[in-house]
Design a protein around this ligand. Sequence first.
Ligand SMILES: [Ca+2]
Length: 334
Amino acid sequence: MIPKILLNLLTTAMLLAPCAMQAETVAETRAALVEAASEGACTMEMLQKALSPENDPILRRTAVRLLAEQGEEATALLQELTLQDPDSLVCQNALLALRQREGSKLDAAFLARCLNSEKTAVRLLAADFYFSPPALTPERPLLAQTLLKTEKDKKMRQLLTQAIWPFHRKNVLLKDRKDWDHEVTMTAEHPLPLDGWKFQLDPAADLHLGNGCHRKEFDDSQWMDIAIGKSWEEQGHQYDGYAWYRSTFQAPERPEKFNAAELHFEGVDECAWVWLNGVFIGDHDLGADGWNIPFSLDVTEEIRWGEPNQVTIRVRDDAFAGGIYLPIQLQIME
Ligand SMILES: [Ca+2]
């Protein structure tokens, strides 16, 4: 084995060699660099030299990858390369290296800058990290909405659209569960109040963004009053589009015997998205055809027995009457 000191000198010498490197020299320099790294003898100085803009892209891409193993001092350089390097793969590798080093602690302000990179590969990676659901904060969907106005890349548009509407859940009822082969019967039914609901129109379809109105703690005291059990047109709103309903109902004490709790909607004209205590429960989205089709959503995990429960419902109506025009019940299933 070549002694570390010699290897260091050798690699540095190769990196200091004239810029227009032959293919063979590139391969050798690259190999020496990788070797030095495996020996733990690779220094920031060596990597910075290898990253010199006039060097072969293959050598530069390797150097970026090795930068990931350097200490804190490499962070600024990796960020600079991500945002400014002319080689798309160098940028991408730099961002991957940063993610590998810092995981979910990767600086959000820096990632937001990456979302404006002219390189699609960088935007895609940044969007993947920035908009991943566990880290989703109220500001991020707002940024996604802004970016979507000018983004042309199809994959990128998909990611942004998903970030704007991060509510996805397949709600499975007890009767539809694959592990359930007993007959399901309803043993009790508790109607939700018809009056005392809060109501807000949402023509821009953006009330869930920012300080999202689906949140349990959202302050709806300035919203209008409305009842359910009749359309919003019947209550003075000649309107088609999105609107939100919010209310709090008292749940019964926990039943002694039960297998599931469900919210049953007799009719919402036309589509509905439902949150219970701030948790997205599921939707009823069959387009205009869903207006007179009853539906249920399982809330076994989310219901708080014997306590007030906050329910939020987003409704979309495209034509004629709209809204929660029939009652809602909490049903206990056995
Ligand atoms: Ca309608």
